[in-house]
Design a protein around this ligand. Sequence first.
Ligand code: NAD
Length: 319
Amino acid sequence: VLPCVQVGGELGAESSKLSGKRRAPGFKVAILGAAGGIGQPLAMSMKVLHLYDVVNAPGVTADISHMDTGALVRGFLGQPQLESALTGMDLVIMPAGVPREPGMTRDDLFNINAGIVRTLGEGISKCCPNAIVNLISNPVNSTVPITAEVFKKAGTYDPMRILGVLGFDPRKVSVPVVGGHSGVTILPLLSQVKPSCSFTPQETEYLTNRIQNGGTELVEAKAGTGFATLSMAYAAVKFADACLRGLRGDAGVIECAFVASQVTQLSFFASKVRLGRGGAEEVYQLGPLNEYERNELEKAKKELAGSIQKSISFITKLT
Ligand code: NAD
């Protein structure tokens, strides 16, 4: 275990910087995959940290500890230190694994990240089974069901505490994004945008495609030099902050997340959720959909069903 570095201040997450709200007190947060493109800026923005990675955790921990943010930072390197990193955590944020390279499909990602997420999930279910888990590792449509299966096997499954983070971060405009986290499974409900506005069919089609392909757009724009890291880390900080405000007992904390669900016939589905001490304490229905959205929903459900089934088989075939 790397030295614990305290730069003053209380043990808590920095929720004031981004949200302008009061700091959530006393919660312990672990980041798994802390040395990565998302993990590092995410670590910079949170305050109490157990930083775990299979590489470079000491360097990132030292770097973060040189910031006068009142942070208590500890670094943990490699599998033998995973349990120490996780014990006693209230929130575990997981951007561990590989990101999508140009030309890679989310199925290619599955083959690499499924095993990583399973191992880390086993650690969480053992060392901090009551923690809220924020899954960033892709493909989120699969990593959430995999983690759920791991928790079920461990006998510690609480469906409302395992939340897939959707990397959308409109600051002033609120667009419910439901369904899942890849291509056609991402369904922005533009008819429910706040502040309300209307779109022509062409605009709806264009915006829906842009939102569905935001990740690919970034991968292409960075031309092989990077992925959606900064914007995703920013979105992850906002989502973690919302989870911590929920844990503190704040009312009306609502975000979209990919979670165990009865909103459709699928066992996992992304929709608006109300975050509280128990994780996603309320999972909201989709609300009224227009014809375009109803059609898109059918496409999303078809593809999602395959991802969920594949994830469940991935765990059950190992038993
Ligand atoms: P990255 O390669 O920069 O970082 C990943 C980190 O995970 C690395 O530091 C690596 O050492 C670490 N890692 C690998 N195996 C590990 C293990 N077994 N235990 C702990 N750490 C391990 O990648 P990135 O750009 O930070 O992306 C991380 C993940 O987030 C990818 O799967 C990516 O596809 C996903 N992502 C999700 C969203 C979203 O909206 N949910 C958006 C962007 C990226």
